[in-house]
Design a protein around this ligand. Structure first.
Ligand SMILES: Nc1ncnc2c1ncn2[C@@H]1O[C@H](COP(=O)(O)OP(=O)(O)OP(=O)(O)O)[C@@H](O)[C@H]1O
Ligand SMILES: [Mg+2]
Length: 370
């Protein structure tokens, strides 16, 4: 059987989400452009030191033993390198990779067809594995544990299951929502790698590497500037790099220097910490129209002319992650960092009003009632 395509893109939210230059997800066209920038070996994979170290051990041990490694689960937000790492695994093992995805498998039979076409040592990559249909999931448990698939022959009362032995293979599952994976499925992965957001220094290395592959010279100061605006996400960093390259070519002198980086990102309205127009509109409304809150989500959304869902799923996660907005039972509040970022002075707390005390983690804190 031919490779099954991955189907729809991961994590593509509303239309507003897909159109954003700082969207963590990518459409098919962008995914094609990304393919050229994917590191092929573990040594070229920037950052994620812990996952890389652990995975390297798993792979080296398997290679030394001459056996396929344990099944691997990669979890983390979109654009952090799960697909890239899956391909690296198959590359390091010098094995054939089969590609499918949760949404592409609607029936157990679809999965049975994929499984029965596997050969010894193959890597079966299942993207968005949390979206597998239930019956397929159950088939997968058995296949992963016992390397067997039960083929159902006949219908109704006369139906019987004929066990079909499978060669030893390795499932690499990727998910942006590991919490949605049923425990029995999660337990069948011998190794789970949790991908985390990248530091600006790591992103700098990602785009310096990418610029080499794109055949352009990126100055260090420009790399630093782009990295700082990329929201911890290599996909966004690579995207911003391409926009800076466009600017340098069309409006600049061809050099990818600090001036080009700043000018391009100004055109695309990505501010120094990676906020875009919508993020800033939300933050500004919260501070200037509602005195920093608390204000209800729907009121806030109406003020910026967006659906509540768009504000909640598209703008808020990063604002909360950056510690600019707090979510409280009484609504959204601006943190001191939000006022500072907008260059505004927070009003003195009105007598009897609640105050926001930032906590230790990003977006954490307490709303103190008077
Ligand atoms: N550690 C890394 N080093 C270099 N480039 C990276 C790294 N991680 C990701 N990239 C680049 O970022 C882009 C997106 O990565 P990838 O497609 O693997 O993300 P993903 O986690 O699978 O996202 P999604 O959840 O949307 O499927 C690719 O172009 C890839 O080359
Ligand atoms: Mg992916």
């Amino acid at each position: 059987m031919a490779e099954v395509s991955t189907g729809s893109a991961t994590g593509t939210g509303s239309t507003g989400e897909r159109d954003r230059i700082v969207a963590p997800s990518a459409d098919e066209i962008e995914r094609a452009a990304e393919a050229a920038l994917r590191p092929k070996r573990l040594d070229d994979f920037v950052g994620q030191r812990v996952v890389r170290d652990q995975l390297s051990l798993v792979l080296q041990a398997a290679i030394a033993r001459g056996n396929p490694p344990d099944h691997v689960l990669l979890s983390g937000p979109p654009g952090l390198g799960k697909t890239t790492l899956a391909m690296i695994i198959s590359g390091e093992l010098e094995s054939h990779m089969r590609l499918t995805s949760g949404p592409a498998i609607q029936h157990a039979g679809d999965l049975a067809a994929v499984l029965s076409s596997l050969e010894e040592g193959d890597v079966l990559f299942i993207d968005e594995i949390h979206r597998l249909a239930r019956p397929a999931e159950e088939l997968l448990y058995v296949a992963m544990e016992d390397f067997r698939v039960d083929v159902i022959v006949g219908k109704g009362a006369g139906a019987s299951a004929i066990p079909l032995a499978l060669p030893r293979f390795t499932v690499v599952g990727a998910t942006t929502r590991s919490g949605l994976l049923p425990a029995p499925l999660r337990d069948r992965f011998g190794f789970t790698g949790h991908m985390d957001y990248y530091s600006p220094e790591e992103l700098e290395r990602v785009i310096l590497r990418s610029s080499g592959l794109l055949g352009v010279h990126l100055e260090h100061a420009a790399a630093h500037e782009i990295a700082g605006r990329s929201r911890g996400t290599p996909r966004i960093a690579n995207r911003l790099l391409r926009r800076v390259r466009d600017w340098a070519q069309v409006r600049g002198d061809g050099r990818l220097d600090l001036h080009a980086a700043r000018s391009a990102l100004e055109v695309y309205e990505v501010d120094p910490i990676g906020l875009d127009r919508l993020d800033r509109a939300v933050l500004t409304a919260l501070c200037t129209r509602f005195g920093g809150g608390p204000v209800g989500l729907s009121t806030l959304a109406m003020t910026v002319g967006e659906e509540a869902e768009t504000v909640e799923t598209v703008a808020e996660p990063y604002l909360v992650r950056e510690g600019l907005i707090g979510r409280t039972p009484r609504g959204r509040v601006a943190t001191p960092a939000a006022w500072e970022h907008l260059g505004l002075t927070p009003p003195p707390p009105a007598p009897g009003s609640a105050t926001w005390t930032p906590g230790p983690g990003p977006g954490s804190g307490t709303l103190l009632e008077p």
